[in-house]
Design a protein around this ligand. Structure first.
Ligand code: FEO
Ligand code: CA
Ligand code: CA
Ligand code: CA
Length: 653
């Protein structure tokens, strides 16, 4: 048997390692700039936070046509008009009572749905319920809900039936649909019950709990449950996938041995398209690769491998010992790693569709994606690259998306990818990652395909602004864009930098940037610091490490956190009323010990929301046995919480 030399992978180590900066470019040292920026902001607004009244110009901002029509017909159909965010928040004391189970606002209730191991594919019956003495087989896992629940979206059944998708018109759309859900990661200890795989079957199990699930769910009587559907499916690290867009035919996506493209991994955040498909984002893909040759591999890494953070032992998954695809030192699979790091499009209503990796949207550690339509109808996608010192991107389709689709083309195959430069005066520029318009890019890359495969290097060349780990994006009521920057406390080690848009040194708590990008089609923007999370310390609404983000059409902003929270809190879901001049987070939910709260979606009427509890207890049954009540032995399982307001109001009211 192959000797495994890997160290024990524990979740905290994985988390640290995945965020280490690999950006050694010397873009914009802004230390002095940040100080002058901060003092100017304080002067202008009196206080940094909330200095933004009048910043957004609603008339100039885009609305999605459909949204505008619905709003005209029925303003605030179910919500309380008086208080956009009116629920009783969870107090710090309430959240401390029992951290083995979630704590929700007393105005709300939750139900647990689809924990890891729930059978979903047609014909699947085996269920994994957290027995510490066993694990699912690899084959069973490929027919079950995976682990590491993260980004997701609910696609109402009406869409599949061809009825006009209307959030208030059809009752059925609020009771039945396809839930697409990302399975970001599960450590070997959690999934296999041991630190390293010992055979190919172990690797296949690990691979099969990763990926995406598309699962039919329905509310029957009072409970949501999994229902049978020919459209339910699992997409794993071994499912067939294909490439489209400018880099699809690049030799850099082919291997000497000619193996077909398979799989998606580390599916972190996500986003729906305006045309009704699901986009899943591949984040820390580098961690699944290793080199069986050992440490010496690191000395001969290419510039590109270094920039994307590959090294000989990855995140200690050990896949490379039994599956050559993931062995960086195997010359037969020299370009396999280039096949990951993409945005992948999935049709929720066609299980026979091959997931498509959209190369025009660039290759980086894609966190999530939020799309709006420009005034001319182009698809505008906002995307973060989550690493210390990495960048904010947007993609703008060349044609109006409806026109492209009418011609049988994807709006995500032809367009321009940009990276953001944030200037100290509150403006910014979108720099086009286009080989035809920049001689430095033309000098570095053979063609646009190579540029897209090594997007990060192209962005370095253009002088993008280094950020404190860009996570999710959310599009607000007026078309404004919220960017969560989760944290960065390694600036003293040269990872990232202090600049106007990332002013804290060290930034242990993270922040949220608000951007006015007009209708999204231009190449300049305005931005402001919506909130420094450190400013919430000592207040009842304290939270840090903003990560998952979603904004509803009435002006509520939902933020899920990922990181050690102050005051004994666990990770949480907080809600903002963005119409208030001073951000005022209200705590809707607190998760269980050592988990992360992530993903957010809802039924069309917004009276039912879905939120994920990821890596409860970091997989340790001694910490929590969620969703089981505490017994100290049952393996905790990632799961989705279905959240409803007891007064039947919209979520967040
Ligand atoms: Fe998967 Fe950046 O969180
Ligand atoms: Ca995240
Ligand atoms: Ca995170
Ligand atoms: Ca995570």
């Amino acid at each position: 048997m192959t000797k495994i030399t890997h160290q024990t992978p524990d979740a905290s180590k994985v988390d640290i390692k995945e965020n280490i900066s690999s950006n050694s470019s010397d873009n914009q040292a802004f230390t002095d700039v940040a100080r002058s920026y901060l003092s100017r902001r304080k002067m202008v607004g009196g206080t940094l936070i909330g200095a933004t009244a009048g910043f957004l110009a609603p008339a100039a901002l885009a609305h999605d046509d459909e949204r505008r029509r619905w709003r005209k017909r029925r303003k605030h159909p179910y919500g309380s008009r008086r208080n956009l965010v009116g629920f009783e928040p969870v107090s710090i004391e309430q959240a401390a009572v029992d951290q083995t189970m979630p704590t929700i606002s007393e105005d709300y209730e939750y139900q647990v749905l689809i924990p890891w191991g729930t059978p979903i594919e047609p014909g699947a019956t085996e269920e994994y319920t957290g027995d510490p003495n066993t694990r699912p087989t690899a084959k069973q896992a490929a027919l079950q809900i995976g682990i590491g629940h993260d980004g997701m979206w609910f696609f109402p059944i009406d869409q599949d039936l061809g009825q006009k998708f209307n959030p208030y018109g059809y009752e059925m759309s609020n009771r039945k649909g396809m839930l697409c859900i990302n399975h970001e990661f599960g450590t070997n200890n959690h999934v296999l019950g041991k630190p390293a795989p010992e055979c190919l079957e172990d690797v296949r199990l690990s691979q099969n709990v990763h990926g995406v699930a598309v699962v039919a769910i329905a509310k029957e009587y009072y409970e949501w449950q999994v229902v049978k559907s020919k459209n339910s499916r699992r997409i794993t690290a071994n499912s067939p996938v294909c490439f489209s867009g400018p880099a699809a035919a690049s030799p850099l996506l082919q291997n000497p041995n000619g193996n077909v493209a398979l799989g998606t991994v580390n599916n972190c955040g996500s986003g729906p398209t305006p045309w009704g498909t699901y986009l899943t984002c591949e984040e820390n893909f580098n961690g699944y690769f290793g080199a069986t040759e050992g440490e010496t591999f690191d000395d001969r890494r290419t510039e590109e491998q270094l920039r994307y953070g590959f090294d000989w032992n990855g995140f200690n998954y050990g896949w490379e010992f039994f599956d050559k695809r993931f062995d960086l030192s195997d010359e037969d699979y020299i370009n396999e790693s280039n096949r990951f790091g993409w945005v992948v499009e999935i049709d929720p209503f066609d299980a026979s569709q091959t997931p498509v990796k959209r190369t025009a949207m660039g290759r980086f550690k894609h966190e999530a994606v939020a799309i709006k339509s420009s005034d001319a109808g182009q698809a505008v996608a906002y995307m973060g690259d989550d690493q210390r010192g990495d960048y904010c991107y947007k993609y703008v389709s060349a044609r109006p998306w409806k026109e492209a689709r009418a011609d049988g083309e994807s709006p995500l195959d032809e367009g321009t990818l940009y990276v953001a430069r944030f200037d100290e005066d509150g403006t910014g520029e979108w720099l086009a990652l286009d080989i035809t318009t920049n001689s430095d890019l033309a000098a570095r890359f053979t063609d646009q395909a190579e540029l897209l495969i090594y997007t990060r290097i192209a962005a370095d060349i253009l002088g993008a602004t280094k950020m404190d780990r860009p996570e999710w994006t959310a599009i607000g009521k007026e078309g404004e864009v919220y960017w969560t920057l989760t944290n960065n406390d390694r600036k003293d080690q040269g990872q990232g930098e202090q600049n106007a848009a990332n002013p804290e040194f060290e930034n242990t708590d993270g922040h949220i940037i608000r951007m006015d990008d007009g209708d999204g089609s231009g190449n300049t923007f305005q931005w402001d610091l919506y909130l420094l999370a450190s400013s919430t310390r000592g207040t009842p609404g304290v939270f840090t490490d903003p990560d998952a983000a979603y904004a509803d059409e009435e002006g509520r902003l939902f933020i899920g956190t990922d990181g050690g929270q102050p005051d004994g809190l666990q990770d949480q879901l907080v809600v903002f009323d963005t119409s208030k001049s001073t951000p005022d987070p209200q705590r809707l939910l607190v998760g269980v010990v050592s988990d992360e709260i992530t993903g957010f979606t809802h039924t069309p009427d917004r009276r039912t929301a879905f939120v994920n509890v990821q890596h409860p207890g970091n997989g340790s049954p001694e910490a929590t046995n969620f969703p089981a009540s505490f017994d100290g032995t049952t393996i905790p399982r990632d799961a989705t919480l279905v959240i409803t307001n007891k007064r039947r109001g919209v979520i967040g009211s």
